[in-house]
Design a binder for this molecule. Sequence first.
Ligand code: ATP
Length: 606
Amino acid sequence: MSDETVRFSVVCAMFQAMLRDRSSAKKRKHLRTFLDRVFTARDRYFAALRLILPGLDRERGTYGVKEHALAACLVDALGISKDSEDAARLVNWRKGGPRSGANAGNFSLIATEVLQRRQGLASGGLTIKELNEALDQLASRESRGEKASVLSDLIKKTNSTEMKWILIIILKDLKLGISEKSIFHEFHPDAEDLFNVTCDLKLVCEKLKDRTQRHKRQDIEVGKAVRPQLALRVSDAATAWKKLHGKQVVVECKFDGDRIQIHKNGSDIRFFSRNFLDHSEYAPGMSSIVQHNILIDRCILDGEMLVWDTSTNRFAEFGSNQEIAKVAREGLETDRQLCYVAFDVLYAGDTSVIHQSLAERHALLQKVLRPVRGRLEILVPDGGLNNSRPLGEPCWSVVANTLDDVERFYKETIENRDEGIILKDLGSKWEPSDRSGKWLKLKPDYIHAGADLDVLIIGGYFGSGRRGGQVAQFLMGLSDSSTPDTHPRRFISFCRVGSGLSDEELDSLVNKLKPYFRKNEYPKKAPRFYEVTYNSKERPDVWVDSPDKSVILSITSDIRTIKSEVFAAPYSLRFPRIDRVRYDKPWHECLDVQSFVDLVHSSHGT
Ligand code: ATP
C-alpha cells in the first residue's frame, strides 16, 4: 500500500487507540503496528510522520491560524449563521455554551460537537495524500475566505472524528501521551539523532528507510538548523557548583533575547531560532555586518539576538527585537539596533567543531569573528564583550575558581537586572538538544516581594482545557493614590496572573467572587472604577462589579518589572505568580500606583 491509498481514517484510528490506552508500551505498539503493517511504503513515510509530529514539520509554512481564527474559518466553512448558537460556541470556545459543559476550553472538542451535528458518521474516504495537499493549500492561502474554502472541502470528505484530528494537526497539539522521543524511536533508532542535527523531518524519513539498517552518526551542516544545546535549571549557586565539581567553569550572563544560530555560507546568511524557524526578518539589520565580520566563508555561530541602545550604551529590555528588525528593514532612524552576542561557534571552514571543548571553541570564536561594538559581540571570559562593556556594568563572563566567584557574579548580574547566569563546563562539547547538565542556569524567577505587592482583583479571564468556562486568571489593579485619606475610588490595571494557587484555593476564590462577576461584553466600557487601556489583548472576560466586593492577592514575581504597554499602569510584572489570597486584608488597602513606581525605581533588583 502506498500513501496514495492510505486513508486518513487509519491514522485517526491509531490516534484514538493511543488516547484510549494509557500505558506508554501500548501507545508505542499502536504506532509500531501502523508503521509496520499499514504504512509499508517506507519511502513515503514523511507523508504520515508529518501528521504525527506536526510541530516538527518545516516543509510547509505556518498556517497563520490559532483557535480564534480557526473558529471563524470553520463558521464560514460550515456556512452557519454568525448569530447562531453554534457560531457563538465556536468563537467563544473558552467559555463554552449552555450545552458545552465539560468541553468548554477545549477547542477541538467544541468543534467536534458542532461538526457532529453536520457530518455523517461514515468516513468520507480522505487519503493522507489528499490531506497533505489540503494542508499545503491552507498554509499558502492568505485570506480567511480562502482558508475557509479549504476547510469546507475537507469537511465534505471527512466525518467529525477525522475533522477533529485535522483541526488538532493544524493547531499542532496532539497530546497523545507519547513523547517525541518514543515516536522517533519506533520509527528508527537513529531518527532522533538525525533530526537533532538537521531539523529536517523529510530528510529523516528519506534517509532512514530501513529500520534494521543503522545510520552513521551525521554531523552538523551549514544551512541546516541544529537543535540547540540547552541548560538545566538549578536552584542555587551551591548546587550548581557541586554539579560541576572538579570541572573548569565559566559563568556567563544569561541574556534575555532570542536564541539564534547564524549560518554563513559564502554570501548566504541565515538566522535560525531555537525552534528551527528561519528568521529572515533579521537579515536587513544584520546580514551585511555578519557577512563582513565573520572572517571565514563557512561558519555556524550560536548566540543571542538582542537590541542595543546607543543612547544609553546598554542592551535594551526584552521584547523589542521584532520592532527593531522592522525598523531596520524600513531603514528608519533610531537609537536602537540589533546586536548579536555570539557565545559559541559550531562550525568553522569546512568542519564541525562541536566535538572540541568549549575552551577551544572560545579561542576559535575570537579568531573567526571580528567584534563590532553594539552590533556583533563575542562572549568569552577576559575578552570580547567584557572589554567593551559600559562603565560600571558587571563582566558578562568570567572563569570561576570558587563558589564565591559564582555567587559574586550572580549577585552582580541580578543587581544589573539581568535575567540570570549560565554556568558552563569549559571542557564540554556542544551536544545538540542536550539538557543533561553541561550548561546550568540559575535565575531568580520568583523573588518574594513581601506584603508590598498586595493588589486587587478587578477582572477575570476564562481558562482553557479543564478550566474552560471558568475564571482561571485575574486582571489585577493598583489603587490610584490621588485622593489621600479616603478609600481609593479608582484602580489601574497592572498585570494578569493565573499561576500559584492550588485547584481548591482557586475554586473557593472564584466561588466567592462569582456573584460580583459581570460579563465584559464588547464594546461596553469597563466599570467606572477601573482605568484600563482596553486593548484587545488584555480585555478580561468578566469584571468585578465593584472594588469593595473584591479580594486582594499577594503577588510575587520575577524581580524585573517591565514597562507596560498593555496595562494602564506604567510598569507591569514579568512573571507574576499568586503567593496567597489575602481574605484578611480589606480591599482599600491595595498597593497604590505611586508606591509601586517608587518600589520599581528603588529596587534595582535586590
Ligand atoms: P529560558 O526560558 O530560561 O530562557 P529555555 O528553555 O528557553 O529557558 P534553556 O536552554 O533552558 O532555554 O536556557 C538557555 C537559554 O538561555 C538559551 O536558549 C538562550 O536563549 C539563553 N541564553 C542567554 N544567554 C546565554 C548564554 N550566555 N549561554 C547560553 N544560553 C544563553
